[in-house]
Design a protein around this ligand. Sequence first.
Ligand code: F6P
Length: 546
Amino acid sequence: MATTTKTVTELPAWKALSAHFQTIDRLHLRELFAQDPKRGERLTVEAAGLYLDYSKNRITDETLALLLELAEQSGLRARIDAMFRGEKINVSEKRAVLHVALRAPKGQSIPLDGEDVVPEVHSVLDRMADFSNRVRGGAWRGHTGKPIRNIVNIGIGGSDLGPVMAYEALKHYSDRAMTFRFVSNVDGTDFVEATRDLDPAETLFIISSKTFTTLETMTNAGSARSWSLAGLAGDEEAIAKHFVAVSTNAKEVTKFGIDTANMFGFWDWVGGRYSMDSAIGLSTMLAIGPDNFRAMLGGFHEIDEHFRTAPFERNLPVIMGLLAIWSNNFFGAQTVAVLPYEQYLKRFPAYLQQLTMESNGKHVTIEGHPLSYDTGPIYWGEPGTNGQHSFYQLIHQGTRLIPCDFIAFHKTLNRLGQQHDMLLANVFAQGEALAFGKTPHEVSAEGSADWLVPHRVFEGNRPSNTILMEQLTPAALGKLVALYEHNVFTQGAIWQVDSFDQWGVELGKVLAQRIIPELINEAEPKFVHDSSTNALIRRHRRFRDK
Ligand code: F6P
């Protein structure tokens, strides 16, 4: 792996971008479009069925050239190659980062420590397919002989967000005779509400946890075990028919009481937030069937190949990553709004939050040096058009700059009169309004009283990307997720951070473990806490259900 000893801000391209920013900051998108009537066609890139219009960003050809130069000087190419070669680029955990191997076709070879990992990937996929076919076809039956109709995935973080998002996104392709539920929160309400109308004799639990030690998942798995046994006459043998595990930790799976014959494995080179296409996607495969799941993997792979081979100036994830750097580090934008104009993608922003923020929410470089620049913008969003009637006001007229990613599909999966064209009209209108706004002159010309003009003015000059695809299919979803995975990679490589560790979640976990017995056993708080935490503990103990 190429290590960069210079920090990114010392690179000539970064310095040139800083100087260049002074000229761009004053330019309005209205001028940029007026100067170049073909801008909206020129500043676009299309690959693998994804069309990206990035013309509504506050950039000129010079900005783009400098950003591409920054990518070169940052060693992005070497880092991409290092990832695909299986080098241990997750430095702080000494791990390779090979989610791209999860969607490598049979026959491709990706060696890790001298061994090709692709055959193992396909052997797990084949086992998943066989299991899914048996459950979906009714050959796999519950303990009492009833077919399985309900699947409950228990997991959290990457072992939940990807499966939930993919299930919602691909519901159109799912077996509607089956019910899918997802339990993640240690709040008992999550489990109780997810299972209250289910028959244990028809319910299969997938315990999804890379480590198989995560507090929330193990606690919910324990509740699921009790719930199943209570509904199945307490017969321990029932567990084998109603529980399967997805994990890298066979020892803990066995300890929990699940036969490893019913375990689907993956590997430490798959990060939790990059795992929806591994065995963690078992619930997805059960919902949409193995063929659709493989089509999704095909979509991922197409973008992997595009990211690995396309020149940076035509490389979708690279361009998106560079534009994110431009907005974040030069314009000082703190967030990115992801706005899918597709109801099935309603959980996509939540999924992206872990992917982007757990990856790039970092405060030191790979070499451990504190950063002098911002990393990891806050990703958030809601499906359109709902957001328009909620927070878009702030995006249009607030004081903060919020770059937006609009995502839409030309063809709907649910044609209802002209509603799809109405939806698309809204997405195009939003990008237009954000970029061009409405001047005081235009507002006055419409007959507004002078005092009202400032309230009705839209400054415009607010950046957005528009991503268009033909239709939401399993392959399209794979492409979209891979686009963001590699966009995040690009950002992390330029910021010189380890995008694949997540030490920041550890402290809270450790402290919670310390506090749990102080609440449950009512032992006197050990006063190792601060006075605020001690008082909160005492207050809860006074009022909690006994
Ligand atoms: O919250 C931290 C984290 O480690 C995530 O990265 C991960 O996706 C999640 O917990 C769940 O972990 P596991 O799959 O091991 O239960």
